[in-house]
Design a protein around this ligand. Structure first.
Ligand code: ASP
Length: 333
């Protein structure tokens, strides 16, 4: 008989544990007892300890302080457990998964995030399948990544996005695809797990609650003026620019001057594509002026990954070269 693995479960809120209130769905504290029959099915393989976040939140209320609190929780549990399960609202789950993966890049245990589109107690809830997918992930041998388990799929944190508010298939990773798929009948299949690297010394990056990252999506029309005015008059600590296609923008003189000025002040501007499976690269002459104005090429970063990188960059005083090194390490360039 194999010894059960120890898993710490951190319930942060989200629809999975919500109840109806006069104002709409809101987090409730009794999820552990509702989920007990599902966890019981794994009792031979997993010993799970529950930790309840105070206060529970709808994840659309997330703050940078929440992230630092959750990283502190991870640090306090990582040495004593074989895996961590974070129950999280779906609205910002992909943002949290990205920040955890990048802020704690060398954990020697898996961190699995899951949640649900419908409360566990609701008819036809997707929560049981999501919990099964998450709990089964702890049996994947040698798996030590941060990942989202949802609807029978295991997604790598980096590059994942919420793609639906209507369907159980609510997450995807257009850049990196799925790590593995799970069903009650077949267990894990289509596995494409990274080859385990020996755990290196733990790396811990912090999150400053004062990190100010502004994200802009370029659209035809007056939006460019708004972006230029904001960059000029209200410079933040870092900018994510979701430009067109391969990273192209209008060659507008005022806009380019604002970008150059940010570069002179060592404020990173990470240029990413607004296309779901986009990659910024030097393809078009149209993007040449922006490329030479001092932006960082974000390559295959999606919004969630780009925001996480710049939040960590601002919090830990990374320079341009350190950001580019990280993009290479994460196969985003
Ligand atoms: N608003 C909810 C949340 O993110 C949505 C969900 O969990 O599905 O907490």
């Amino acid at each position: 008989m194999t010894t059960p693995k120890h898993v710490a479960v951190y319930y942060t809120g989200g629809t999975i544990g919500m109840q109806q209130t006069p104002a709409g769905l809101a987090p409730a504290a009794n999820l552990a007892s509702l989920a007990a029959p599902i966890f019981q099915e794994y009792s031979h393989q997993l010993q799970c300890d529950w930790f309840i976040c105070e206060p529970l939140i709808d994840s659309s209320a997330i703050t940078l302080d929440n992230w630092q609190t959750w990283l502190n929780w991870i640090d306090s549990k990582a040495a004593d457990y074989d895996g961590l399960l974070i129950l999280h609202g779906t609205d910002t789950m992909a943002y949290s998964a990205n920040i955890i993966a990048l802020a704690r890049p060398q954990l020697s245990i898996p961190v699995i995030l899951t949640g649900a589109m419908l409360p566990l107690a609701a008819d036809n809830s997707d929560a049981p399948l999501n919990l099964h997918t998450a709990l089964a992930a702890f049996s994947l041998s040698g798996f030590t990544q941060t990942a989202i388990a949802f609807n029978g799929q295991l997604w790598p944190a980096i590059g994942s996005s919420k793609i639906s508010t209507e369907r159980a298939e609510a997450f995807a990773n257009p850049q990196f695809g799925t790590l593995a798929q799970w069903s009650a009948t077949d267990g894990w299949f289509n596995t494409n797990l990274p080859v385990g690297t020996p755990p290196a010394a733990p790396v811990r990056y912090s999150i400053s609650s004062s990190a100010r990252i502004h994200c802009f999506t370029l659209t035809p029309g007056a939006n460019l003026d708004m972006i230029t005015a904001s960059l000029t008059h209200n410079p933040p600590d870092g900018v994510v620019l979701q430009s067109y296609g391969n990273g192209n923008t209008p060659a507008d003189a005022g806009f380019l001057a604002a970008i150059r000025h940010l570069d002179q002040q060592s404020i990173p501007v990470l240029n990413i594509s607004q296309v779901l499976q986009g990659c910024t690269s030097a393809v078009y002459a149209q993007g040449h002026e922006l490329r030479t104005a001092g932006i960082i090429n974000g390559g295959r970063c999606n919004l969630e990954t780009a925001l996480a990188i710049l939040t960590l960059a601002a919090s830990n005083h990374w320079n341009k070269e350190q950001i580019e090194n990280l993009l290479h390490q994460q196969h985003l360039l």
